[in-house]
Design a protein around this ligand. Sequence first.
Ligand code: GTP
Ligand code: MG
Length: 292
Amino acid sequence: MTIKWYPGHMSKALEKIADLIKRVDVVIEVLDARLPMSSSNHQLENLRRTKPWIKVLNKHDLADPAITKAWVRVFEQQAGVRALPMSSKQHAETKQLIKLCQLLAPKRGKPGFPVRVMVVGIPNVGKSTLINTLAGRSMAKVGDKPAITTTTQQIDLRNGVVLSDTPGVLWPDMADQEGAYRLAATGAIGANAMDCTTVGFFAGEFMMRRYPEMLKKRYKLETLPDNPTELVESIGRCLGCLVAGGGIDLHRAAEAFLRELRAGKLGRISFEEPVQAPVEPVPDEENPANRQ
Ligand SMILES: Nc1nc2c(ncn2[C@@H]2O[C@H](COP(=O)(O)OP(=O)(O)OP(=O)(O)O)[C@@H](O)[C@H]2O)c(=O)[nH]1
Ligand SMILES: [Mg+2]
């Protein structure tokens, strides 16, 4: 099944972001640390120009720490970009963001001239959670499913910084279906726009390949099954997702597996690693191997 999810509020939100960005000093783009590439919205990147841009690799408590570090190094090499790994529920970790915003907008932050910060990103990455943690109270609605925020909202932190929360935005054509399935596996796609069982098989195949020991440990498997369908069946058996007569309810099993995976019950996992820049071929005359 092809995954495509672009509810009406997203195009309106993108228009609003494009307008608002002219009047903000710093943009915080919240990415999912488990898939920093697929959770980057190129439509937002296109609005960037020279605006100071902070990439927060959020939910780093769920991602492979070494891989997150590698991503931070990659993003920090981009012009005008700062990158920070973060768990937006942890106040101590988010405090550094305010200091960085102030540093990036040195002319603002005076009475009557707050640093204006806009928080953007795809759905369910933790934008509103970050804002609530920074505000020290629950100002923005949060939830464990995508598209909780559907309109922009401004929150004055009363410390010289004003934040705008924005709805999560995806893009209309999900040409990269591999990426779309990763987004679905981590919870960024609406439940009505995906087939949960197929996404469960996709996530199962990835885990068998990349983190087999985590699967064995969590679901008490001595050996891994041959294919993702059998894996989800084994998970269903372990979690008691049965139908009358003792068979496995594959849909419920896939749902339960995805719930556990998203909550980090199997361990810290990263779906994407930075690819190394391709090695440029050395011209024949400069190649030491060809010298006499
Ligand atoms: N483990 C973990 N969960 C987080 C973190 N940040 C947010 N969450 C959870 O992620 C879910 C989504 O959080 P929201 O703040 O509503 O996400 P959002 O980006 O505002 O989502 P939309 O409004 O739908 O665009 C909630 O269940 C949060 O508790 C984090 O750093 N670590
Ligand atoms: Mg939100």
